[in-house]
Design a protein around this ligand. Structure first.
Ligand code: DX5
Ligand code: ZN
Length: 222
C-alpha cells in the first residue's frame, strides 16, 4: 500500500456523522473514529452503538481507534460491526496478544497504539499479530493539539520494526497532522495519516485530504 489518509471526525459535527463522512468519502481511504471512555483518556465520545449505526449508512472503511480500558471486552464488537480496522492501546491491557487475535478472528485488521510515553519495546510479543502500529503524536484525548516533533525518532523506529517483520505492517500517525507536519511524518516512514482538525476545519475537507495525500507522497519519495 502507498500513502493512506484517515480523516478523524473527532472535531467534526458529531450530531451529523453520516453527513460529515460523506464530505470526505470520495477521497479518503478510511474514516477514523475515536472512541473514548473517560477512563483510559479524560474525554468521552461515542461507543459501539453509534459506530454500528454509522456503519449502516457509509461505505468508507472505518478505522476505529479505541482509547478505552479493557479493550479485550470491547474491541471485537467493532470488528463484528464491520469496521475495517480496529486499533487498541497496548497500555490498556495485560493481554495484547489475546486482544489482537480476537480482533482478527472477528474479521478486521488489527492495530496497536502507543501513547507518546510508551516505548516500542512494549510491542515485542504482539507485533507479529498486528497489521498496523499507531504512533501517537499527541497525548490521546483531544483533537486540535500540536504535533510532537520529538515523536519522529519513534516513527522511524516503528518503520524499521515494520520492515523487519514478515508481513506488511502499516505505520500510522495520529495527532497534529496537517500541512507542514505530514511531510515530516511521511519522511520518517509513516504511511497512514490521521488528520482531524486540519481536514474538518478546512473550507473544503475533500480538497484538504487530497492536498495532504500529495504532500505525504512528495515527502515519502526517496
Ligand atoms: C486524539 C485522537 C485523534 C484526533 C486527531 O486523541 O486520537 O485522532 O482526532 O485530531 P487532530 O488531527 O486535530 O490532532
Ligand atoms: Zn485517533
Amino acid at each position: 500500500m502507498g500513502i493512506q489518509i484517515s480523516p478523524s471526525v473527532l472535531n467534526a459535527d458529531l450530531s451529523r456523522l453520516t453527513h460529515e463522512v460523506e464530505r470526505i468519502a470520495a477521497v479518503a481511504d478510511w474514516v477514523h473514529l475515536d472512541v473514548m471512555d473517560n477512563h483510559f483518556v479524560p474525554n468521552l465520545t461515542f461507543g459501539l452503538p453509534v459506530v454500528e449505526d454509522l456503519l449502516r449508512h457509509i461505505d468508507t472503511p472505518a478505522d476505529c481507534h479505541l482509547m478505552v480500558d479493557d479493550p479485550g471486552r470491547w474491541a471485537p464488537g467493532y470488528a463484528e460491526a464491520g469496521a475495517g480496522s480496529v486499533t487498541f492501546h497496548v497500555e490498556a491491557t495485560r493481554s495484547p496478544v489475546r486482544v489482537a487475535k480476537d480482533i482478527r478472528a472477528a474479521g478486521s485488521r488489527v492495530g496497536v497504539a502507543l501513547k507518546p510515553g510508551t516505548s516500542l519495546d512494549a510491542l515485542a510479543d504482539v507485533i507479529r499479530h498486528v497489521d498496523m502500529v499507531l504512533v501517537m503524536t499527541v497525548e490521546p484525548g483531544f483533537g486540535g493539539q500540536s504535533f510532537m516533533e520529538n515523536m519522529l525518532p519513534k516513527v522511524r523506529q516503528a518503520r524499521r520494526l515494520a520492515d523487519a517483520s514478515d508481513s506488511d505492517i502499516w505505520v500510522q500517525v495520529d495527532g497534529g497532522i496537517g500541512p507542514g507536519t505530514i511531510e515530516q511524518a511521511a519522511a520518517a516512514g509513516a504511511d497512514v495519516f490521521v488528520a482531524g482538525s486540519a481536514v474538518f476545519r478546512a473550507d473544503d475537507p475533500a480538497v484538504m485530504v487530497e492536498r495532504l495525500r500529495a504532500d505525504a507522497e512528495n515527502a515519502a519519495r526517496p
